[in-house]
Design a protein around this ligand. Structure first.
Ligand SMILES: Cc1cc2nc3c(=O)[nH]c(=O)nc-3n(C[C@H](O)[C@H](O)[C@H](O)COP(=O)(O)O)c2cc1C
Length: 212
């Protein structure tokens, strides 16, 4: 699902060429009506309404097999190529995983494992990209943030200071809204940080020619 960003604001314009910032949201669950997918959609919409270009990568739509390091990228077909190009071109990445057994879901981790194919890029992985972290769950959902944090750091991503745990049942998926104003407010705070960070980092990433 893509939004090409029509409205423009100062925050979301790129400082060098004034192109809109590009955001990719990765997450959701294999189940229908996932809260995590709705949260990603709502978060991307907060950026899109201010002119950012956004794309949602739902793990249910990806439906990737378990990552196999013996296979080359072209063995996986166009869906993987699309996913990698979207992440490559993004100024910022949002991650939102359900909490499964005290950590991120296997489907979300599997999607992130495919970013191994960005390891040969210069700069590699998520270098120079802003990353916002969110999880859905109950008491152990904060562990999911920690797991996402570890993986994002391994991928060289730059994490926004505010992260968000979405308590189970605090969003109305059918109505596509946050029930708790405090949850929505925290997502808005995180999104502001993600956009500001992306605005600072993006020109550095694009002008970077090699690792030092
Ligand atoms: C296999 C499985 C394991 C789960 N383990 C936990 C858990 O350890 N802690 C927790 O807070 N919720 C747990 N839950 C509840 C999920 O966090 C909750 O259903 C999920 O966040 C909903 O996200 P979704 O609507 O995006 O699918 C588990 C759910 C499933 C299906």
């Amino acid at each position: 699902m893509r939004n090409d960003g029509e409205a423009r604001s100062g925050l979301n314009e790129h400082p060098i060429d004034n192109r809109p910032l590009r955001l990719v949201g990765i997450g959701g669950s294999m189940g229908r009506g996932a809260q995590s997918r709705m949260v990603l959609e709502a978060s991307l919409a907060m950026a899109a309404v201010n002119g950012a270009e956004t794309v949602l990568v739902d793990v249910r739509d990806l439906d990737f097999p378990v990552y196999n390091p013996d296979l080359r990228v072209d063995a996986y077909g166009p869906k993987l190529a699309w996913f990698l190009e979207e992440v490559r071109g993004a100024d910022a990445v949002l991650l939102c995983s359900p909490t499964y057994h005290g950590t991120m879901s296997g489907a979300v981790k599997n999607a992130l494992d495919y970013l191994q194919f960005l390891g040969g890029d210069r700069p590699p992985y998520l270098t120079g990209k802003a990353v916002g972290l969110m999880s859905v769950g109950s008491l152990t959902a904060v562990n999911t943030i920690t797991a996402l944090d570890h993986t994002t750091r391994s991928l060289n991503g730059n994490i926004a200071p505010t992260t968000v745990v979405i308590p189970n049942g605090s969003v109305d998926v059918a109505a596509r809204r946050f029930i708790e104003p405090a949850t929505r407010g925290r997502v808005e705070a995180m999104m502001t940080q993600v956009l500001e960070l992306a605005q600072v980092l993006s020109p550095l990433r694009r002008s970077r020619v090699r690792e030092v």
